[in-house]
Design a protein around this ligand. Structure first.
Ligand code: ATP
Ligand code: MG
Length: 561
């Protein structure tokens, strides 16, 4: 492609809306432009990379026997009502005004619709069906460029099996294919155990990239390799100390003391001696969650324990439920269900709210004063806690989710009536799996891991062009001719070449653009070199430069890509 004719609008300045490296680089290199919040256009250079990624995905999906579909993004709402997911997705689902359609955020419903009545017999199974298609989600906070968009490209695959053993095989196939896909894309990733959440199902794992731009938090153990999404991560912690003697419960006037920190300051006590109360609503009923000190409630774990979804109590409801506002709530005398974090098991001499504004109570013995309390692992774990598997220190950090593999089970086949007949003619719901990859996220994560101060660093597999050819002074005939020949020869050999043939741009500007765009190998053609029958070749990743004779140029270049 000749730059003089191509549309690659590079920018020198960092765009203000972009903060993370991948977003900055995608805009500066002319790969994308934002249309509105969470909605991006891919320009030719960016779309070229998207096509490379989808081709890798396609090859690996086909290699495990996947068959490619193309489903409609526009879906009749009825089928989403059948599975109860209009409600489950809530505001994230895009509705078409005045028509009973939704824009699909994923395709379990439509795939199961096609399986229903068609995959009739055990002989028709297993099946692996996939597509690479646009998804729509009304994300409340689109951010980090294409990493969280309202419209994005997903590879979504669905498997149909006779039973859970067969599903295990389909799941393993996807696990292996995903590893190959991300390896081929040159991404440094790791796999974590994840929550199956509102999707239903048993096992689920996420493919993650460590990044401060991530919205997921994971716990990772360097010594044994244990990795889990914080939503489900487990750790070993020291429980609260049970003192030999329990004090009597006594009320303390604590004017304007709202937080645990303020309480500790006011009473000159340690955080470990306090218990924080949070009110949640589950199925319309209040539940008090008791945590040690400032430990945070892990809502995913809580939902796992209670079943279904929970929400924090609203400010306005707290007084009716407890008799006090936030900051003065406590377990003693609380009339509804109480769950406490396992760290507080049988603790005594605790301080907590009195369910009366501006009052706390001390001397709480959970065994004696809150006998109905139930203990569970409810904490959001933190860096430094001990790995539940090997006892070494866990690290907690942010990560971006690239892909997700999921044992769905029979949730969708049951709600949509997709059954098959076994050898004895008995009907069973088909056992399903679902497997997603965010295509734009693959691109963004690659960039997050492959750049320097000057710009992008492409590896061959994803590079939009393998070679970046520059004619330094495109007003000189010898340079024009030499470049033209190299361009034609490389193109004829099947390589993709970006040719900076602009004759109105200074050499320095061309060098900067070449480094910003980041093709693996740069070929620099100048008058001085040509006099010696040579050109300069630069490897983008290492910065290594070499003088290469035109006589063996192609052998040398082929060695590099
Ligand atoms: P997240 O927790 O980041 O919202 P998710 O759990 O909703 O992701 P899935 O429903 O499992 O994601 O979708 C499969 C894949 O699609 C994800 O692993 C991710 O790579 C990608 N993806 C999901 N939401 C978005 C989005 N808003 N923009 C871009 N890619 C997305
Ligand atoms: Mg999501």
């Amino acid at each position: 492609m000749k730059l003089s004719k191509g549309f690659i609008p590079t920018l020198k300045e960092v765009p203000t809306e972009a903060v993370i490296p991948s977003h900055v680089l995608m805009i500066r290199s002319g790969m994308v432009r934002q249309v509105s919040a969470g909605i991006y256009s891919f320009l030719p250079l960016g779309y070229k990379v998207i096509k490379k990624i989808t081709e890798i995905i396609r090859e690996e999906m086909n290699a495990i026997g996947g068959q490619e579909f193309h489903l409609p993004a526009l879906n009749p709402i009825e089928i989403w009502e059948e599975t109860g997911r209009v409600e489950a997705f809530g505001d994230t689902l895009f509705h078409i005004k005045n028509r009973d359609y939704v824009l699909a955020p994923t395709h379990e419903e439509i795939m199961t619709f096609h399986a229903r009545g068609v995959l009739k017999s055990y002989k028709d199974l297993p099946q692996i069906w996939y597509q690479i298609q646009t998804k729509f989600r009304n994300e409340p906070r689109p951010r980090s460029g294409v990493i969280r968009g309202r419209q994005f490209l997903m590879k979504d695959a669905y498997t149909f099996d006779v039973d859970t053993d067969a599903l295990d095989i389909s799941y393993e196939l996807h696990d292996k294919a995903y590893r190959k896909i991300f390896d081929r894309c040159g991404i440094n990733y790791f796999v974590v155990g994840a929550s199956s959440g509102a999707m239903g199902g048993s096992k689920s794992e996420e493919f993650m990239v460590k990044s401060d731009a991530g919205e997921d938090t994971v716990a990772y153990c360097e010594s044994c390799g244990y990795a889990a999404n914080i939503e489900v991560a487990e750790s070993v912690v020291d429980g609260a100390v049970r003192h030999y003697e329990s004090k009597e419960v006594y009320e303390i006037h604590t004017p304007n003391v709202k937080s645990i920190d303020e309480l500790c300051e006011f009473l000159k006590i340690d955080e470990e001696e306090t218990a924080k109360s949070r009110i949640y609503i589950h199925d319309g009923n209040p539940v008090l969650i008791l945590m040690q000190g400032n430990n945070e409630v892990n809502e995913s774990k809580l939902e796992g324990i209670l079943g279904g979804t929970v929400r924090p109590g609203h400010k306005e409801e707290l007084k009716d439920i407890t008799g006090a506002d936030a900051g003065s709530i406590g377990p003693v005398g609380f009339k509804y269900r109480i769950l406490a974090d396992i760290k507080l098991k049988d603790a005594n001499n605790l301080y907590s709210g009195a369910n009366k504004n501006d009052y706390h109570i001390g001397g709480i013995d959970l065994k004696r004063d809150v006998p109905s309390v139930e203990y569970f692992d409810l904490r959001v774990i933190e860096t430094g806690e001990k790995c539940a598997r090997c006892g070494n220190s866990l690290e907690v950090f942010k990560a971006i989710e690239l892909g997700h593999i999921f044992k769905l089970g029979t949730k969708y086949s049951e709600s949509l009536g997709a059954n098959y007949l076994d050898e004895d003619g008995k009907a069973h719901p088909i056992v399903m799996g679902s497997y997603g990859i965010g295509v734009e996220r693959v691109l963004a994560c690659y960039l997050e891991q492959n750049y320097d101060d000057n710009g992008i660093i492409w590896d061959n597999n994803l590079a939009p062009y393998q070679f970046h050819l520059m004619g330094l002074n495109m007003k000189v005939d010898e340079i024009i001719d030499a470049c033209g020949k190299i361009y034609n020869d490389l193109t004829a050999k099947g390589f993709e070449v970006l040719f900076d043939d602009r004759n109105n741009v200074q050499a320095g500007f061309k060098f900067n653009d070449a480094d910003l765009l980041g093709m693996p190998v740069q070929i620099i053609v100048g008058g001085k070199g040509l006099k010696e029958n040579s050109v300069e070749v630069k490897v983008r990743r290492t910065g290594e430069r070499m003088k290469v004779s035109l006589d063996n140029l192609y052998e040398e270049l082929e060695k590099l890509v």
